[in-house]
Design a protein around this ligand. Structure first.
Ligand SMILES: Cc1cc2nc3c(=O)[nH]c(=O)nc-3n(C[C@H](O)[C@H](O)[C@H](O)COP(=O)(O)O)c2cc1C
Length: 186
């Protein structure tokens, strides 16, 4: 699949059907993430693939209200990152930036494999760390629900891609632009 097509096809769908998440799928996703750039090639990440049914059941207590659609995912990836493993330059801590780059590639790879990989921030960090015995010094910076887009189930919001900021608000050439989307209030 061409990168441009994967970028266009990737969506955070919520209506999911179960699939078998094979070792090959996992290694393909990990490979895509691991080839992402990171500051000094520090790779400040770990990905825990949760696919055992008993564990997925436990994650029903982890996701926040409104994210119950995650119950239909076939695998949940806990994305871990650690500040001490990466650069801090001029006060900018790069561990979250770098891990996000890895996740971006993982999402595109999932799209190429015909899967949905939907990032969520609505979950309990404490419960995730407890269930997966994650040491204190790692941050669980996101969960990714993996499945296949359902052909039958419908969830409002899935039908069209959420609107993006118009290009004029997000880029300029050769100089800083003050233009801000008026809708942004925070
Ligand atoms: C860091 C992050 C946190 C998110 N948290 C949630 C969430 O808790 N629940 C949810 O349904 N979607 C969540 N999303 C998905 C976004 O809502 C979605 O990416 C955005 O609306 C754009 O839609 P698209 O990915 O289909 O293009 C999250 C995405 C990111 C990157």
């Amino acid at each position: 699949m061409k990168v441009q097509l994967a970028i266009q096809k990737r969506r955070s769908f919520r209506a999911l059907d179960k699939i078998e998440v094979t070792d090959k799928i996992i290694s393909d996703l990990v490979c895509a993430a691991s080839l992402a750039p990171s500051c000094f090639n520090n790779q400040p990440w770990k990905f825990i693939f949760v696919r055992k049914n008993e564990l997925l059941e436990k994650f029903k207590t982890v996701v926040s209200k409104g994210n119950e659609w995650v119950f239909e995912s076939s695998c949940i990836i806990a994305v871990l990152s650690k500040k001490e493993l990466d650069c801090v330059a001029k006060g900018i801590e790069y561990y979250l930036f770098d891990t996000g780059l890895g996740v971006g590639q993982l999402l595109l790879k999932a799209t190429e494999l015909g899967l949905v990989a939907h990032v969520i921030a609505g979950y309990s960090h404490e419960k995730t760390k407890k269930i997966l015995s994650i040491p204190e010094d790692w941050h669980v910076i996101a969960l990714i629900a993996v499945g296949k887009k359902s052909k039958k189930k419908k969830i409002i919001g899935d039908e069209s891609r959420p609107e993006r900021l118009a290009a004029k608000y997000i880029y300029s050439i050769d100089e800083y632009s003050k233009k801000l989307n008026k809708k942004v209030t925070h």
